[in-house]
Write a protein that binds this ligand. Structure first.
Ligand code: FES
Length: 117
């Protein structure tokens, strides 16, 4: 579960999470072929429902390819620059509750450091 915790960051947004929603045509793999849009939608609604959205709080954004496709779907949280991969809604809910809300990294969902394209 979570272990490392960080103090609340400062900035226009306290935390910013970017989801790769890149879609490649043909046989080439991309995050959009692994439920990336569903993860983004879930995160957006959970953040809003939890009252975490807005300046000084949390922003959820779409991104193009982040060049870590082999671990897709991927998302990255700033300012901590923590990279996640996820499978389902429960994973997203845990990222929202633990990291975006409380600053505690979700160790079980971390993307391995050597995963690239
Ligand atoms: S397609 Fe998502 S990181 Fe490249």
């Amino acid at each position: 579960m979570s272990s490392s915790s960080t103090p609340p960051p400062t900035g226009y947004y306290g935390r910013h999470i970017f989801f790769c929603l890149n879609e490649r045509k043909g046989d080439e793999d991309s995050c959009s072929k692994h439920q990336a849009q569903a993860g983004f939608d879930r995160c957006k609604s959970r953040v809003r429902e939890a009252g975490l959205a807005g300046p000084g709080k949390v922003r959820v954004n779409k991104a193009g390819c982040l060049d870590r496709c082999a671990g897709g779907p991927v998302a990255v949280v700033y300012p901590e620059a923590v990279w996640y991969t996820f499978v389902d809604a429960d994973d997203i809910d845990e990222i929202v509750e633990s990291h975006l809300k409380n600053g505690e990294v979700v160790e079980r969902l971390l993307l391995a450091p050597d995963v690239g394209r």
